[in-house]
Design a protein around this ligand. Structure first.
Ligand code: AMP
Ligand code: ZN
Length: 465
């Protein structure tokens, strides 16, 4: 299996530290609002990757944190005249609701900053002892000049970074790139006791501390959206590798950005959509399918036309699933017919092509293209007269290749089937009543829906063409 590693800017053969096991960490949301469609892309990508690794036989231990201490949370709490814990707990609950609707499974651990303060403080103390951090008036900063490899992920030297950095007026820092590990308490803000006085952690330190606690000093995969490469992940490397002297993550995976109608999503452009907003218009499985139709590293453009096209694509997959179910329930022959069903032997080839695509840096775009080839193939070969065994194999493969990605898992939406069955019943009744005009009308209506009827001694059979 190959994975693109931001650290080397190359697709590399994926080799886990422990054979058969993957330790994976993804940066999670700051919980001060519903999450937006761009966040959804990143969370969904890691969920789908995890599912695919499991499909390929790996045991995956997956950690995704909640940032529940942050300026944005504190500001919102002030605006609502409540505590930041109320805000973060609320949006953690809402995260799980939206994640579930998007088919995103719970991680093995969802650690929170507020539950890991001891670990965070201990981590900062280690950095201080190693000469990588310094305290000034209750703040603690990371000393980037003391870490030889600073810039290794974003591929920039300290000088380049310095000249590109926004110069912030902060007399406490030795170098403008030094970043805060611990912030001295301000009135009205939540704070905790520490060796440096009351205060709260900076943002970057939580991921280093939590990854170490739940996964160990060296992990297999660390990921997030592309915006996190610098400074967040660069800083995580400085903290973790500075403290342990070991490699922090062997593979760094970054998800491409999601834009709206070719523009960056932002509140000021009035093109900012939370998953909750989108849900009013679309089934979130359509969004999942839409997002998976692009390679995870490419930017994605979110537009109504493209999502509508995705809706049609997903419908085609569901139609095939329902047709196959219908054929299976009504099949007259149980056993595979060797001669007329030689096509069944070709099914495995689709699985191989799918795995080949997905093993190549998790190429869901090509993987889904194979699924559509399979659908075309099955629609051509499977019919109402196929054996149950043949249909069962085709259906099982379709489910296998789509369920891995969290698609086609819904059972209830066999509305096409119900509608067709109802019309057939009505047509039978019309014929009994000798109302042939109505019977023909129904046959034409079904024909327009792509359904052909076949009168057999066992009753009426139908198929979709
Ligand atoms: P945040 O809550 O802003 O820290 O973001 C949570 C995750 O979503 C991070 O991994 C971000 O990199 C990612 N993210 C934020 N905006 C976008 C976007 N427009 N497209 C893709 N990923 C994003
Ligand atoms: Zn992080």
């Amino acid at each position: 299996m190959k994975l693109f590693n931001t650290l080397t800017r190359k697709k590399e053969e994926f080799v886990p530290i422990t054979p058969g096991e993957i330790k994976m960490y993804a940066c999670g949301p700051t919980v001060y609002n519903y999450f937006h469609i761009g966040n959804a892309r990143t969370f969904m990508t890691f969920d789908a990757m995890r599912r695919y690794f499991q499909y390929r036989g790996f045991k995956v231990i997956f950690v995704q944190n909640f940032t529940d201490i942050d300026d944005k949370i504190i500001n919102r709490a002030m605006a609502e005249n409540t505590c930041s814990c109320e805000i973060s707990e609320r949006y953690i609950r809402e995260y799980f609701k939206d994640a579930e609707s998007l088919g995103i499974l719970k991680a093995d651990v969802h650690p929170k900053v507020t539950e890991n303060l001891n670990e965070i403080i201990a981590f900062i103390k280690t950095l201080e002892e190693k000469g990588l951090a310094y305290a000034v008036n209750g703040d603690v900063y990371y000393n980037v000049e003391a870490f030889e490899y600073y810039g290794k992920l974003s591929k920039q030297s300290l000088e380049d970074l310095q000249s590109g950095a926004r110069i912030e007026i902060n007399d406490k820092k030795k170098n403008p790139l030094d970043f805060v590990l611990w912030k001295a308490a301000k009135t009205g803000e939540p704070s905790w006791e520490s060796p440096w006085g009351m205060g709260r952690p900076g943002w970057h330190i939580e991921c280093s501390a939590m990854a170490k606690k739940y996964l160990g000093e060296t992990i297999d995969i660390h990921g997030g959206g592309g915006d996190l490469v610098f400074p967040h992940h660069e800083n995580e490397i400085a903290q973790s590798e500075g403290a342990s002297g070991k490699s922090f993550a062997n593979y760094w995976v970054h998800v491409g950005y999601l834009n709206i109608d070719n523009k960056k999503m932002s509140k000021s452009l009035n093109n900012f959509f939370t998953v909750r907003d989108i849900q009013e218009e679309y089934d979130l499985e359509v969004i999942r399918f839409f997002l998976l139709s692009a390679h995870y590293r490419n930017p994605v453009n979110f537009s109504r036309d493209l999502v509508d096209a995705a809706q049609n694509g997903l419908e085609r997959l569901y139609n095939t699933k329902h047709n196959l179910k219908h054929f299976m329930d009504n099949a007259e022959i149980e056993e595979l017919q060797e001669e007329s069903e030689a096509w069944v032997k070709e099914l495995a080839g689709f699985r191989n092509r799918y795995i080949e695509a997905m093993d190549d840096d998790f190429n869901t775009a090509d993987g889904l293209a194979v699924v559509f080839d399979l659908v075309r193939f099955v629609n051509t070969n499977a019919s109402a007269t196929s054996s149950k065994a043949a249909i069962e194999e085709a259906l099982a493969l379709l489910m296998e290749l789509t369920n891995v990605l969290g698609l086609l898992e819904k059972e209830e939406s066999n509305s096409l089937e119900d509608e067709v069955e109802d019309l057939i019943q009505e047509r039978q009744q019309a014929r009994k009543d000798k109302n042939f005009a109505r019977a023909d009308e129904i046959r034409d209506k079904l024909k327009a829906m792509g359904i052909v009827l076949e009168d057999t001694p066992q009753g009426v059979k139908w198929k979709k063409i």
